[in-house]
Ligand binder design. Structure first.
Ligand code: ATP
Ligand code: MG
Length: 571
């Protein structure tokens, strides 16, 4: 491709609306253009990278034995009503009516659509297992579309759905997909991690996420370097060390005027934070039922765990007015000294509180706390369950070593759905005894467009993007330092032709501009390699510059192709 004939419009300044680096650089490098909030055009350079990611995904899915198809974006409400998600999914679904006032949705995901197809075509266990996938535009009316391609309202996803007879079929395909995904992210040249994840609105019994590591990532991930445990913080577990047993003392109510925060309680009462219990009030957003969550003073509550525990769609902390209506005193709430059952409050205790002898807790009267409260003797919870948020330095539940926190961008997510959709949608097959059995499903998504943005978050510097070769729009940018110098332009043409002939995607910057200007664009767009034909052109020698390291290698024209091929393996 000749730059002069190509469609590129780079920007000098950072666009104001772009908060994260991938969004800034995608706009500045002229790879995408905004049409509406969370809706972008892929300009030619951006489209090239998108297609490269897409093709890697396709090749690895095919290699893993999955079969490609294409389903409609436009889906009738009926299938969503059948699965029960029409009412559950909420405003994220882009809904619309046709001219006959019939309800439709622009697919945010395709579990219903694929199940509808498979149930009418597949009757026998002999036709299973199968894994079907598509690469297609998805629509989600995100509450906060932001960060460019990272969280769009229209975005490209690869979604695969597996159907099997037994749980073993599902487990096997889940592992198969995990391997395929690992190959995808590895081939894209990205540093990624696989972690245990919460299943969210898609549901099912188990899931793993693939995260491209980047400090700007929205997700907090917990890792153990010793045993390779990894989990999204939403799902992460740790072990707590219990305090030694001691003689139980009688509870004492002590005045704590205006001392509501746990740090102030600790400082003023001279107690250790590990011997305090916090009470946090939530309500089930569906039933409005109030819950008191009890946790050790130095630990935070993991709201996703609480939500899953009470099996609801959402929870929220009680407002000051709601606390007052229940006769609770903000900052002085505790499990002891008040008949919580009579108020309809259910108590959830994290195991971190049940083994703290003589702990401090809110007094349930204004400006007071209780000392020497003991779980079991003074109060009991309706549910004791792990609702803690794991943090840096906590103890790994597998090997006992300290855990570490890092940030990542969720680019893939694989789920064991089981019968979540096949059961309500009656997707069954006959087994070898002629008995009807419900299919075991899995679903597997990769955010193709998000992966492109994540690659930039992970690979950039002050000058622009640093594409890994596998997903760069062009791998090599050929530049003649002085376009008035015929030896240089001749050599540039020759090298350009050789690179193209060898199948390396190359752009030749033949624009009538200064070399410095071209270098700036090349660095901003992030071509992995520049071949600069400069002063030694007459001798047939070029400068091969590596974007990632800044290194320059003087190379004879005859060696350019081989050298680039070698470098592409590394960068
Ligand atoms: P998130 O938690 O980030 O909202 P999700 O859990 O809703 O994602 P899935 O339903 O698992 O996402 O979708 C599969 C993949 O699609 C994700 O791993 C992600 O890479 C991508 N994806 C999801 N939502 C978006 C979006 N709004 N824009 C771009 N990519 C997205
Ligand atoms: Mg997800």
């Amino acid at each position: 491709m000749r730059f002069s004939k190509y469609y590129v419009k780079t920007l000098k300044e950072n666009p104001k609306e772009a908060e994260v680096v991938s969004h800034q650089l995608l706009l500045r490098a002229g790879m995408i253009k905004k049409m509406a909030s969370g809706v972008y055009s892929y300009l030619p350079l951006g489209y090239k990278t998108l297609r490269k990611v897409e093709n890697i995904v396709r090749e690895e899915m095919d290699r893993a034995g999955a079969v490609e198809l294409l389903m409609p974006v436009l889906q009738p409400a009926e299938i969503w009503q059948e699965s029960g998600r029409w009412d559950v999914m909420g405003p994220e679904m882009m809904r619309l009516k046709d001219r006959h006032e019939r309800d439709f949705v622009l697919g945010p995901t395709h579990e219903e659509a694929i199940t509808d197809i498979v149930r009418s075509d597949i009757f026998s266990y002999k036709q299973l297992p199968i894994n079907l996938y598509q690469i297609q535009t998805k629509f989600r009316d995100e509450r906060r579309p932001r960060f460019g391609l990272m969280r769009g309202r229209e975005f490209l996803m690869k979604d695969a759905y597996s159907f099997g007879v037994t749980r073993e079929d599902l487990d096997k395909e889940f592992d198969n997909m995990q391997e395929a995904y690992s190959r995808v992210f590895k081939r894209c040249g990205l540093d990624f991690r696989i972690v245990d994840a919460d299943s969210g609105a898609i549901g099912g019994s188990g899931s793993k996420e693939f995260h491209v590591m980047a400090n700007s990532g929205e997700d907090e991930l917990i890792f153990c370097d010793s045993c390779h445990y990894g989990a999204n913080v939403e799902k992460a577990v740790n072990v707590i060390t219990n305090l030694p047993k001691e003689e139980l003392k009688e509870p004492v109510l002590v005045p704590t005027p205006n001392i509501a925060k746990i740090e102030d309680v600790v400082a003023n009462l001279g107690v250790e934070i590990e011997r305090t219990v916090k009470a946090i009030m939530y309500k089930d957003m569906v039933t409005d039922e109030p819950y008191m969550v009890l946790i050790r003073g130095d630990i935070e509550v993991n709201e996703v765990k609480v939500k899953n525990l009470i099996d609801t769609i959402d929870i929220a902390m009680l407002t000051d007015e709601e606390l007052e209506a229940l006769g609770l005193f903000k900052g002085f709430i505790g499990p002891y000294g008040m008949d919580l059952k009579a108020k309809g409050i259910k108590v959830i205790a994290d195991p971190s509180v049940t083994e703290i002898p003589n702990h401090t807790a809110g007094g349930n009267k204004p400006d007071t706390h209780y000392l020497n409260v003991n779980y079991g003797r003074d109060y009991e919870a309706d549910i004791v369950a792990d609702v803690r948020k794991v943090k840096e330095g906590d103890t790994c539940s597998i090997c006992g070593k300290p855990l570490r926190v890092a940030r990542g961008i969720e680019c893939g997510h694989i789920f064991k759905l089981g019968k979540k959709y096949s059961e309500p949608m009656k997707a069954t097959v006959l087994d070898e005894n002629g008995k009807d059995i419900v299919m075991e499903m899995g679903c597997y998504g990769i955010g193709v467009s998000r992966t492109m943005a994540a690659a930039i978050e992970q690979n950039n510097d002050e000058n622009g993007i640093i594409w890994p070769s596998a997903i760069a729009p062009f791998v090599v940018d050929v530049i003649a330092a002085n376009i008035k110098d015929e030896a240089q332009t001749n050599l540039a043409e020759e090298v350009y032709k050789n690179l193209l002939d060898s199948g390396i995607e190359t752009i030749y910057d033949d624009r009538n501009e200064r070399a410095g200007f071209k270098f700036k664009d090349a660095d901003l767009i992030g071509f992995p390699f520049k071949v600069v034909c400069g002063k030694k052109s007459a001798e047939g020698i070029v400068e091969l510059k590596i974007r990632r390291t800044g290194e320059t290698i003087e190379t004879a024209k005859a060696d350019v192709v081989a050298t680039v091929k070698e470098l592409m393996k590394k960068y």
